[in-house]
Write a protein that binds this ligand. Sequence first.
Ligand code: AMP
Ligand code: TRP
Length: 328
Amino acid sequence: MSQTKGRVFSGARPTGRQHLGNYLGAIRNYVAMQDSYECIYCIVDLHALTTLENTGMLREWTYEMALDWLAAGMDPDRGTIIFVQSHVPQVTELHTILSMVTPLGWLTRLPTFKEKVRQQPDNVNYGLVGYPVLMASDIALYKADTVPVGVDQLPHLEFTREIVRRFNAHFGDILIEPQAKHTEFTKVLGTDGQQKMSKSLNNHIEIAATPDEITQRVMGMVTDPARRYRNDPGHPEVCNVYSLHTFFSPGDYERIEHECRSAEIGCVQCKRLFAQHLSDYFAPFRERRAALAENPDHVWDLLTDGARRASAIASETIAQVKDAVGLP
Ligand code: AMP
Ligand code: TRP
């Protein structure tokens, strides 16, 4: 890979089948960025170990996520590197070295760390404290200059920039200070219309869902709570179904907005329409996914090849880092 275009790196924990939140918040941008950047996308299985109690699902979730990524158009044939973090162990070396220039106070003060301590008080492991150092190592190892992330990850990105500056100030200009690139659709609400869509809250809709599963999930979605009767006028601006229509029903949403406000269309009808559009939108995706799933070995081979290409970049960076630090 020549580094003329600008290089993107992003990582996501292996959470299995991806949902609309992952798709609108991350995958869609990952795909689009392939037009203008060299892209490296990583399934961060080591990061996942910091929060998992049961690691038995890691392999399957990694595979399911890779299927979704590939079927959605993240494409090794376009030069994109897609790989599994632990397949390129140089990242753990960089993690160790960067941890030596990381003040502990920076880590324990991070809002993301404090939140994890609240979430899992019985499992505040050493890896959890070092989570941002591992993330900084991901980005620095591949010399990425651009990192697409949601707002929740901005403290980690700022941390990465500080660590890179600190390392370079000590040891010379080796690492690259990355820029965050904001994604435009930052927060997709779940079927409850209240909380962020997430698998752990079971308020999600999988992008690989069958048309029947989509209909079932969509018909259970919470709409405008003030609209109690069919003839009440609706308020699309507070309705999650409507906000998703704006993305998945490009030719229709203006009409839907009007018909909702004037009570010409009811919530049931509106949701039926949404389920149909959602199902249509992901039909080509489902086909590509099914074709890929016919040959799981091929999917693993693609990941192995991604790791081979990632490893070539990683080895070069690690050699420079060790040399700069003075390791014999
Ligand atoms: P996670 O599964 O939480 O590790 O998230 C993987 C990627 O999907 C991250 O880039 C998140 O920002 C994005 N993401 C996850 N859930 C949502 C959501 N409900 N709305 C928008 N983006 C999301
Ligand atoms: N910490 C990120 C998250 O929880 C995942 C991640 C790991 C990442 N390494 C990364 C994101 C490097 C961007 C770049 O979502």
